[in-house]
Design a protein around this ligand. Sequence first.
Ligand SMILES: Cc1cc2nc3c(=O)[nH]c(=O)nc-3n(C[C@H](O)[C@H](O)[C@H](O)COP(=O)(O)OP(=O)(O)OC[C@H]3O[C@@H](n4cnc5c(N)ncnc54)[C@H](O)[C@@H]3O)c2cc1C
Ligand code: FES
Length: 509
Amino acid sequence: MNDQHRMPQYPEPYWRDGVNLPSFDSLNGDQNVDVAIIGAGISGITTAYLLSKEGLKVAIVDAGKIFNGTTGHTTAKITAQHDLIYDELIQHVGVEKAKQYYYSNTEAIQFIQQTVNEKGIDCDFSTEDAFLYGTTQASKTKLEKEWNAYQKLGIKGETKSSIPFQAGAVSALVMKDQAQFHPIKYLLPMIEEITAAGGLIFENTTAIDVQTGAKPIVITRDGFRVTCNFVVSCSHFPFYDRLSFYFTRMHAERSYVIGVETDQQYPGGMYLSVDNPTRSLRSTPYRGGKLILIGGESHKTGQGINTMRHYEALQEWGGNVLGIKSFPYRWSTQDLVTLDKIPYIGEISSKEENIFVATGYKKWGMTSSTVAARLISDQIMRRQNAYKDLYTPSRFIADPSVKNFLIQNADVASHLISGKIEMAPKKVEELETDEGSVVKVSGKRAGAYKDLSGKLHIVDTTCSHLGCECEWNSGDRTWDCPCHGSRYTFDGDVIEGPAERPLKKLNLD
Ligand SMILES: Cc1cc2nc3c(=O)[nH]c(=O)nc-3n(C[C@H](O)[C@H](O)[C@H](O)COP(=O)(O)OP(=O)(O)OC[C@H]3O[C@@H](n4cnc5c(N)ncnc54)[C@H](O)[C@@H]3O)c2cc1C
Ligand code: FES
């Protein structure tokens, strides 16, 4: 294998590479604004952009750097073809609501295209057909059912018996005229407009609580306060729960992406297999040619095999199907899946009219975030929106939610117990450089990582959220919780909630 084919040592998403990102100070005093928006990903920025255009003063607060959450690690297909969903939606919420789901996402694509055209945004936007494909008889049957659903809902599509590359497809379902783009290049001009309108952006500022009331106050970890009329939680996992137990109503799923140049010419289009393990494909302009993004290998966070194997599986598949010429990028990220697979967008609880949430996009956040930004803006501006009831987080649809609810929570319970009693597989002194593992320290389960300089970083692996045991993620060098998807650096700092507090640091003696 020559060096170009070798997997990059550290994960880095293509989208953030070479893009001139502005940087912002952290909040170091109290603020008073119309709307406080927590999270600077596509949800937060699009919402802030729309509200700024309405003349409202916004403040965006992000715990890290802008676009360093899931938005900076996505594959950025802009489509209403959200995997196999429409047949299931018809079964569970009926034809009218399934239609609303399709319309709301299709309008989101139109909104994005219109914004790109009106502002002349150079973000590699292109119209592409989206393909779902199957390689087995069982998946062919699923695609036939989905095609029936398309016809009932009036979705523009067609069936095919193959796709234009050798992935073993026996059937495919096409949704016409979908799109793809570079998500960060699309969002940067919005940031310029938000700040030009007097909007404030604060990085490295973690929101930890809200004092509720007619004028809610967002409290930050450093003790500063943002007083406002409305709060919008766009923090991926909601930073504030108000006893709504979002962690019992969603689970986190991680997936992996590799960015490669291929021997074969890419045929155009965006692809997703409906088999297991899934495979996702799209291309993006790269150095006068194309970078092909190959994704897949989803699993619940903290429940994967050795995470490097997921990248290797994508590399092997890409090599067989398209041939790999160079392998410059790899990255992974996670998204949240709700009980009934419909995002939670709207008032965070039935008791709060001025605190909103947008989450649970099931890896389809490019359109869902746009649906959310438009819906929440309408609610704040006291305008009607036809999709309010479909997305309201207060819904509780008995089927399939109850079943999923029980499965998710049984899963959590089993991890709470099994993580505690399993044997630690390694001794600290056995660790190689750049290796992490569960170990035993003073007779108790702990986690250790030996960095490139040989320094050991040891943490108590008990998740600070509700006490499940975190597992080592070798691909990203993080500790990931299998219960509700919290993630921590190898030093124990929180990367992703619901956990708010770091893992306890331990010493060897
Ligand atoms: C592998 C993968 C591929 C995907 N591909 C696609 C695709 O092709 N098409 C598609 O439509 N969708 C895709 N998605 C989904 C999509 O990327 C996400 O749904 C979307 O990016 C979520 O955006 P967001 O703004 O809601 O969250 P994020 O981008 O995660 O932003 C949340 C922000 O909130 C901040 N934050 C968190 N907690 C706090 C706090 N307490 N205080 C302050 N700030 C906080 C974080 O730092 C972060 O910046 C994919 C997802 C995955 C996992
Ligand atoms: S995220 Fe809930 S216990 Fe870890």
